[in-house]
Write a protein that binds this ligand. Structure first.
Ligand SMILES: Nc1ncnc2c1ncn2[C@@H]1O[C@H](COP(=O)(O)OP(=O)(O)OP(=O)(O)O)[C@@H](O)[C@H]1O
Length: 246
């Protein structure tokens, strides 16, 4: 099977500063791939290159089979993206947001209507469908933003710290949505600072100062680093970091 993402020595330099330093990995279709690293490690910079939002300085990568230098527009049509600030319009209602993004993704009126009503039902938002998104609790906004990011059944969805600032139960519900998407064959590429979420991933990479220091299934990483949990694995690797954005 062709990998969903192929990344070879991908590098991003800002002047003399190497934010992402020759990272290499593959992500398989349908995989949930966790992309971990301390603040400033280079995760967002790497993700922006893979999403076709910025050009690499050097190295190679394909996303959904498309080249990150030459085929950025094709990549954008094949992916979903949810940024830390999630991209919903606070001054539109739940239903209007879904309709708006469905239109951008080019869904037909009929498909859009079906998907919209199904989504509102699945998320339990029937009573909120006519309310402004700005009035919803953060956890609901995040679940809605994720559902909108996969509305067009992309090959890959990129999630940049999608669950920041919400409680563990809401995060667990969010992950149920991620699993459901992966079951539908959508590849999930997710950054997180929560180590319980790292445990939910099929494989994770840990970035330190722009480089990937470790990459494997959580269970194998715990064995390798003689760690009781991912928190400990992460700490052993990330404490070597010189860089800090804090
Ligand atoms: N446009 C830019 N120009 C110069 N430096 C940048 C630019 N964008 C990011 N950086 C630097 O590159 C490094 C990596 O930043 P990045 O945002 O990719 O890290 P991150 O791992 O996503 O961190 P966080 O977890 O805080 O989001 C940081 O030191 C950051 O200051």
């Amino acid at each position: 099977m062709t990998p969903a993402i192929v990344c070879r020595n991908l590098t991003k330099q800002f002047g003399a500063f190497r934010a992402v330093d020759a990272i290499s990995f593959d992500v398989q279709p349908g995989e949930i791939f966790g992309f971990l690293g301390a603040n400033g490690a280079g995760k967002t910079t790497a993700m922006r290159m893979l999403c076709g939002l910025s050009y690499p300085t050097s190295g190679e990568a394909t996303v959904a089979g498309y080249d990150v230098y030459r085929e950025q527009e094709k990549i954008k049509r094949k992916i979903g993206y949810m940024s830390q600030k999630f991209s919903l319009y606070e001054n539109l209602t739940v239903r209007e947001n879904i309709t708006f993004f469905g239109g951008i993704y080019g869904l037909s009126d009929k498909v859009l209507k079906e998907k919209r009503e199904a989504m509102i039902g699945t998320l339990g938002l029937s009573n909120e469908a006519g309310k402004l998104v700005g009035s919803l609790p953060l956890g609901w906004k995040q679940k809605l933003a994720f559902s909108v990011a996969v509305l067009h059944d992309p090959a890959i969805v990129f999630l940049d710290e999608p669950t920041g600032g919400v409680d563990p139960i809401t995060r667990r519900q969010f992950w149920d949505l991620i699993y459901a998407a992966a079951d539908r064959g959508i590849t999930v590429f997710v950054t997180t600072h929560y180590m319980d979420e790292a445990e939910y991933c099929d494989r994770i990479s840990i970035m330190v100062d722009g480089r990937i220091e470790a990459l494997d299934a959580p269970r194998l990483l715990k064995e390798r680093y003689h760690a009781a949990d991912m928190q400990d694995v992460f700490y052993q690797l990330a404490r070597k970091a010189v860089r800090s954005d804090n």
